[in-house]
Structure formats: structure tokens, C-alpha cells
Ligand binder design. Structure first.
Ligand code: FAD
Length: 431
């Protein structure tokens, strides 16, 4: 009999919890990845760069496995149909995988668990993509935290060497299932084209030392850009957190804790996917003007910092965190467009799109989130520019036609938008 290790958002052979545990038991381990049509069918853009990223990574993993006399089995279809076939094809004893906290994924795993159980196959899952997950960091009364700082303090109290230690899966690869190489489906075969985009490298050490001083300035390359690698698990979170801790880069560790925090929030409060964390904020009368939304998407609002951010996103699939906050605040508060519209646009465009952090970031900006900006905090784009892009370097890079005098006039005047927003929010919160 064989064991299957099902990779999903953990596309690496080293320090992989499920793979480690799979390799440590008796039967040979076959690695599997499923291009899930439930997910792929939702992607409108057939040049979606994230599919290229995954495909490239699978090819690289397969090359490594072939050298070891094994291969990566890559399937395309719905997980339930694929598993039904695999059960017929292979004498599977156990299936190993890592936890995934998104509502779709938890439902999928539950139904696959039941399907496998019917054939006497056990489905065992592990924590891998977070340092602490689900109920590991709770308040004294056993309820989940909904405010970041006390969560973080408790997170830090919990931290012991054990949680940062790698699972050295790479040392046990001799226990992989031996096979002739499988043929991987091409991108074309799964309905996608190759995207020509430069993916951020898997480096982060260089930014640790000056992270606090540089992190808020979008013109400086002062953040790691590791987010796409965390998204698809091409790097281990334990490795990053360990390095942050060793380098005493607590500001950077803090950001990794935000990631755990939002995973935890999504897992405990899955309703946030469609609703405001704070229900009163679902009473806001959004204006939802489609023309204004289009101008925001295209980076043509007449606010250069907003336009620069949106153009960086449209061109590279990345936007600096400070600018994400500015454009999100602008859409929800200046234009009074529902945060869900902005969230959906980011979900389409961001290479590092992560449901938990994206939803958390948008609800933070709209003030509807668990530990959000107060509703009366309305970013002034010009003040933000003065503080965080004082030389206008970032703006000039992404909005080359920018000249202070002849730039198109703002889509809306700041003071007017601010007053309007305060009125609309106040009205909603009075209900
Ligand atoms: P660094 O500053 O180097 O941080 C290291 C890592 O910490 C990041 O890669 C990320 O995994 C994590 N991190 C950093 N900031 C946050 C944060 N505020 N919340 C949660 N995790 C964080 N992040 C995503 O990974 N996916 C998203 O879809 C996403 N959408 C966002 C939407 C909005 C409106 C906002 C305001 C923020 C969003 N973020 C999202 C958080 C943050 O902007 C990105 O994680 C960060 O810009 C990624 O760049 P980096 O890897 O250089 O970050």
C-alpha cells in the first residue's frame, strides 16, 4: 500500500509538516497536486500569473522528484472526482495534507475526508502555514481574540523553540514512492496561458535590519515581497519567523503575526467573507458609482498616490502595504464604494492574494473589521504623500505623465468627501 501526500498551498519539499509526517511512517509516499477546477473556473483572466507561478513550481518540484526516482502526480478536475479515480487506481492507505483555513477549503477537506473514509482510507492533516492556528492562542475565557495587540502579546508568550523548529522532510525523501516520471499537464491543457511577469524572489534577509525605518516608504525596496511565496508555501513560515526572531526584527515578526491573526479570524468568523465583522457597518449606504469605480481600478482618480498604487497593482500584481491602505481608504471613504468591490478587484489582481489578509485589510480600511481604523479616520491622500513619498519618487515611477500642474483634477474634493463620508457612516451606525 502507499501513502499520498496531497500538496495544496505548501509547494515545497523542505520543512513541510505533512510531508515530514508522511515520510516518517512505513509505506512509500506519492506526492499529489490537483489543479482544482472549482477554483480555476472562477479566474476570468486566462493569463492569470498565479497559475503560471504554481505551474512553474510544480515543474521544478517534479524535476527534483524525478532525480530521486519518483515523480509528482498532477491532476486537473474537481477534488472529489480525482480522489474517486485515485482510490481505484492506487492501493492508498493514508492521505496526508496541511491545514487550510478558508471556508471553501475546510468544506472540501471535510467532504474528501468522508469520501476517503468510505474506502477505509484515513485523512490526516497538520498545521503548516501558521505558527499558531485556530484555538492555539485564545483569551483566558477560551474565546478568540478580536483585537490584534493582546493577541500578539499572547502569541509571543506562547512562543517556544518547538514552534519555530523545522520539520526536516527533505531528509527523508528516500521514502518517496518510486515510479517512472509522470507527464505533467501543460498550462494550455488546463486552459491557461503563460504570463510574462517577473515573480518576486524568495529573499527576505536583506530587509530585516532596516525594516522599521523603511517599511512605510513605497519608493524604497524596504519590504520583503515574500508574500507570494507565503501564499503558495514555496517558503516555510517557521523559517521566516525563526529568522525574524534571531535577527531581533520584531517589527517584521509583527507582520507575520498579523498573518496568523487574520487566518485565525477567518477560521473563527467565516461570515466575514461576505459580511462586515461589525454588523452595524452593513447598514452603510454605499454610493457604488460604477464610473468612479472604473477610474479607481484604472488609476485615474486624479489623486497621484492612489493612481500610482493602482497602476503598480495592474502592472506587477503587487502593491506596497502603505499604498494598499491608502487606495482602500480612498475607495471606501472618499468614493463610498462597498469594500467588497475593492476586495474583489484585489483578489483578481494580487499575486499574493490571500482571502484572510485581503478581507482583513479591506475591512480594516472600511472600519468594519475586527480591529479596524476608527470610522472617522479618513486618510488625506496628499498628507499621506507628503509623509510617505515626499520626493514623489513612487508616484513618478508609476504615473509617468505626472506633473504637478497639469495632472487631471481630482475625481472628488477631499474636504467634501470627508464630510460626506462622516455623515453616511454616522447615519449607518445610529441604526
Ligand atoms: P513584508 O512587509 O515584508 O511582510 C512580510 C509578510 O508578513 C508578508 O509577506 C505577509 O505575509 C505578512 N504581512 C505583512 N503585512 C501584513 C498585514 N497587514 N496583514 C497580514 N499579513 C501581513 N497580504 C497578503 O498576503 N495578501 C493579500 O491579499 C493582502 N491584501 C491586503 C489588502 C489590503 C487592503 C491591505 C491594507 C493589506 C493587504 N495585505 C495582504 C497585507 C500586506 O499589504 C501584504 O502582506 C504586504 O504588502 C506584502 O508585501 P511584503 O511581502 O513585502 O510584506
Amino acid at each position: 500500500s502507499i501513502t499520498v501526500c496531497w500538496l495544496r498551498r505548501d509547494l515545497r519539499l523542505e520543512d513541510n509538516a505533512a510531508l515530514y509526517h508522511a515520510l516518517k511512517q512505513a509505506s512509500p509516499v506519492l506526492l499529489l497536486f490537483i489543479f482544482d477546477t472549482t477554483i480555476l473556473n472562477q479566474l476570468e483572466d486566462k493569463n492569470d500569473a498565479r497559475v503560471t507561478f504554481i505551474h512553474d513550481q510544480l515543474c521544478a518540484l517534479n524535476d527534483e522528484l524525478v532525480k530521486l526516482g519518483s515523480s509528482l502526480l498532477v491532476k486537473h478536475g474537481t477534488p472529489s472526482a480525482i480522489w474517486t479515480e485515485l482510490i481505484q487506481e492506487y492501493p492508498i492507505k493514508t492521505v496526508y495534507a496541511n491545514h487550510d483555513y478558508e471556508p471553501y477549503a475546510t468544506q472540501r477537506d471535510q467532504s474528501i475526508k468522508e469520501l476517503l473514509q468510505q474506502s477505509g482510507i484515513e485523512f490526516i492533516t497538520f498545521k503548516d502555514q501558521a505558527i499558531f492556528e485556530k484555538k492555539e492562542v485564545l483569551k483566558n475565557d477560551g474565546s478568540p481574540y478580536t483585537v490584534f495587540t493582546p493577541y500578539k502579546n499572547r502569541w509571543m508568550q506562547h512562543l517556544k523553540d518547538f514552534y519555530l523548529k523545522p520539520y526536516p522532510s527533505e531528509r527523508y525523501l528516500q521514502f518517496l514512492y518510486k515510479t517512472t516520471a509522470f507527464k505533467l499537464p501543460t498550462l494550455k491543457a488546463i486552459g491557461f496561458n503563460r504570463a510574462t511577469i517577473d515573480f518576486p524572489k524568495k529573499e527576505f534577509e536583506r530587509i530585516l535590519e532596516n525594516y522599521t525605518q523603511h517599511r512605510d516608504f513605497p519608493a524604497i525596496n524596504g519590504t520583503s515581497r515574500i508574500s507570494i511565496h507565503l501564499r503558495f508555501g514555496t517558503v516555510s513560515i517557521r523559517r521566516l519567523a525563526r529568522k525574524a526572531y534571531e535577527a531581533n526584527s520584531l517589527a517584521w515578526l509583527n507582520e507575520l503575526i498579523w498573518r496568523d491573526f487574520y487566518f485565525m479570524i477567518l477560521w473563527h468568523f467565516p461570515y466575514v467573507v461576505s459580511k462586515a465583522f461589525k454588523p452595524a457597518y452593513d447598514h452603510i449606504q454605499w454610493r457604488n458609482n460604477e464610473e468612479e469605480f472604473r477610474r479607481w481600478c484604472e488609476g485615474k482618480t486624479g489623486y497621484p498616490i492612489v493612481d500610482a498604487g493602482m497602476r503598480q497593482l495592474n502592472t506587477t500584481g503587487f502593491m506596497h502595504n502603505r499604498v494598499r491602505m491608502i487606495v482602500a481608504s480612498f475607495l471606501t471613504k472618499h468614493l463610498l464604494i462597498d469594500w467588497r468591490w475593492g476586495e474583489a478587484y484585489f483578489a483578481k489582481k494580487l499575486l499574493d492574494f490571500e482571502l484572510s489578509s485581503n478581507n482583513g485589510g479591506w475591512q480594516w480600511a472600511a472600519s468594519s473589521g475586527c480591529d479596524a481604523a476608527p470610522y472617522f479616520r479618513i486618510f488625506n491622500p496628499d498628507e499621506q504623500t507628503k509623509k510617505f513619498d515626499p520626493q514623489l519618487e513612487y508616484i513618478k515611477k508609476w504615473v509617468p505623465e505626472f506633473r504637478e500642474l497639469n495632472y487631471p483634477s481630482p475625481i472628488i474634493e477631499h474636504k467634501f468627501a470627508r464630510e460626506r463620508c462622516l455623515n453616511v457612516y454616522k447615519q449607518a451606525l445610529r441604526k
